[in-house]
Design a protein around this ligand. Structure first.
Ligand code: NAP
Length: 526
């Protein structure tokens, strides 16, 4: 495979934040990835406070043939306000004049500095055509997505770009639509279109789909040089960057917040283990998820979506069909796109959680006739209420807002209590299990618990649907009282497996997927 960015296959360009040339040269991770095919290294000269001609030469010796040399203008995110245009152009020309064998594969020049481009051309005039680094003409908007992107592209092409780079800043994922249109419309030159920030991660993960010459990635454990940059390892291993094909289906999760979702890890691993084409992305949706679905579905070939807080109810407006569980619960966590392009809604939380509890209580039919104390009456509470009563359980429902608990009771049956009435409310009743569906105890408020130790019914199985952290305060209190406990992993894995099966017809090993999620959560807790 080639590192020549003019050759077609998308590359990963690794960026670093170091403030000195010595630190760049000493970075072992950078050296390791730089030695690999299909990787470029961006040398951001404007971030190096100690740069001299000699230091630049040493950097180019080290990364010969695979460097992208950039000296960003201060008005486009450059790190040094003290650099004159003359100094910037001097370094870029010095680098370019070495040719691609001894110097950079590409040089980045802002569109705003186009009047200086003839100097760059002059510096490579003595080189053979195949030795000249590719010229990237770049444009950045750190505030918004301007509506003249076609004009910007044309201007960059006319300025003499071999590659055009356009980076913009959507406030919501749906705001990136003009960029999506741009990257899916062929131009005269290859294009790297980037939507910066969490609302634009699709533009980075799917760069090969849009035939971008490369996308930018950060080193592991660093924050990168632009908001929203994924790490090179994530791109390569989880998002299968080098394997992606334009025909691959795209799946994803809609939510806000979404950065810490484990669903991309879960589904991308499942796709890889089942040897299926496809990639699964996090979509941060600040606004209306229906707008996003309607505007992105065709261009991205969206086939399936997971839905999480706060969009589980609103997404129903984008769907033509609802399963009985969705109709009863009024919320969906899974959308599937049919061959005709319409969407159907399912709720896999209900079955997954009920399966997990049923297994813990003794297997099939073990819920029948049992009394379950359900804490919370939001989306998860309603799903559990539906799932549990479908299998014959009786509910005691406690919720902060009593009217919402009453809604669940009206829909599926059950007796409503306020938290303050516990444990009196179940005196004399044999409660088989407690299910927490409130976020009390979830990271970062790990000291919270919906029940005190005395409010936990003796001998009941205590099931906390929270999985971050795995051991919540409620589960610790339950264990101290000698109650069997169940954390939220089985529910998370179960709902994900059911989604995956709906979309692909396949089912990866549940044991393997549970291990994956437990390991990821344990790493986060370190
Ligand atoms: P939701 O629709 O926002 O409902 C939240 C529920 O928690 C409501 O009943 C709310 O009571 C109650 N609540 C919130 N803050 C509270 C507080 N400070 N004190 C007392 N009650 C409070 O959210 P959801 O979709 O049901 O999700 C709730 C939790 O379920 C999540 O945090 C997550 O941990 C868990 N979950 C787990 C999985 C899994 O796969 N394991 C899947 C889905 C959800 P009010 O009605 O009074 O507002």
């Amino acid at each position: 495979m080639s590192r020549n960015p003019k050759n077609g296959a998308s590359l990963i360009c690794v960026c670093c934040h170091h403030a000195s040339a010595e630190a760049v040269l000493a970075d072992k991770e950078l050296r390791r990835v730089a030695g690999r095919e299909r990787f470029l290294v961006e040398l951001r000269l404007d971030l190096l406070q100690d740069l001299t001609d000699a230091a630049l030469d040493r950097l180019l010796d080290r990364f010969a043939g695979q460097a992208l040399v950039t000296c960003r203008h201060p008005a486009e995110g450059g790190g040094r306000a003290d650099l004159s245009d003359e100094q910037r152009v001097h370094w870029l020309c010095r680098a370019a004049a070495r040719g691609t064998e001894r110097g950079p594969a590409a040089i980045d020049f802002e569109l705003r500095s186009r009047s200086l481009l003839p100097k760059l051309r002059e510096s490579v005039s003595a080189l053979r055509a195949d030795q000249r680094p590719a010229v990237v003409v770049s444009f950045h908007d750190f505030q918004r997505v301007p509506d003249n992107l076609e004009t910007v592209r044309r201007e960059a092409e006319e300025a003499g770009a071999d590659i055009v780079k356009i980076a913009v800043s959507p406030r919501d994922t749906a705001d990136g639509l003009p960029l999506l249109k741009l990257v899916t419309t062929p131009g005269r030159r290859p294009l790297i279109g980037l939507a910066m920030g969490e609302c634009g991660s699709w533009s980075r993960f799917l760069a090969p789909r849009f035939s971008a010459p490369w996308t930018y990635a950060r080193l592991e454990g660093t924050c990168g040089t632009a908001p929203g940059q994924p790490s090179w390892r994530e791109l390569e291993e989880l998002y299968r960057f080098f394997e992606q094909r334009p025909t691959w289906p795209v799946y994803g999760v809609l939510g806000n917040p979404i950065a810490h979702s484990l669903s991309p890890l879960f589904h991308n691993t499942a796709l890889r283990e089942c040897r299926l084409p496809g990639v699964y992305l996090p979509f941060r949706i600040n606004g209306d998820p229906v707008v996003f679905i309607q505007s992105f579905a065709d261009a991205l070939n969206l086939r399936g979506l997971s839905v999480t807080i706060p969009h589980k109810e609103r997404v129903l407006a984008a769907c033509d069909g609802h399963s009985p569980a969705v109709s009863a619960i009024g919320a969906a966590n899974t959308l599937t796109r049919n061959a005709t392009g319409s969407w159907s809604a399912e709720n896999t939380d209900a079955d997954a959680a009920t399966d997990a509890l049923e297994e813990k209580l003794g297997g099939p039919d073990s819920l029948r006739g049992k009394t379950i104390l359900l804490l919370g009456a939001g989306g998860a509470g309603k799903a559990l209420g539906f799932g549990l009563t479908q299998r014959g359980a009786k509910l005691l429902i406690a919720n902060r807002t009593r009217s919402r608990a009453q809604e669940v009771a009206d829909a599926v049956g059950g007796t409503v209590f306020g938290f303050e009435e516990l444990p009196k409310a179940f005196a004399g009743i044999n409660v088989s299990a407690v299910v927490n569906t409130t976020p009390l105890g979830m990271h970062p408020k790990v000291e919270a618990s919906p029940l005190s130790a005395e409010q936990i019914p003796a001998g009941a199985v205590v099931f906390d649907t929270i999985y971050n952290p795995l051991r919540t305060k409620l589960l610790n209190l339950a264990q101290e009282r000698g109650c069997p406990t169940l954390d939220g992993t089985a529910m998370f894995v179960g709902q994900g497996l059911k989604q995956f099966e709906l979309w692909t017809g396949q089912r990866p090993s549940s044991k393997r997927m549970a291990e994956l999620i437990r390991e990821a959560l344990a790493r986060r807790a370190e």
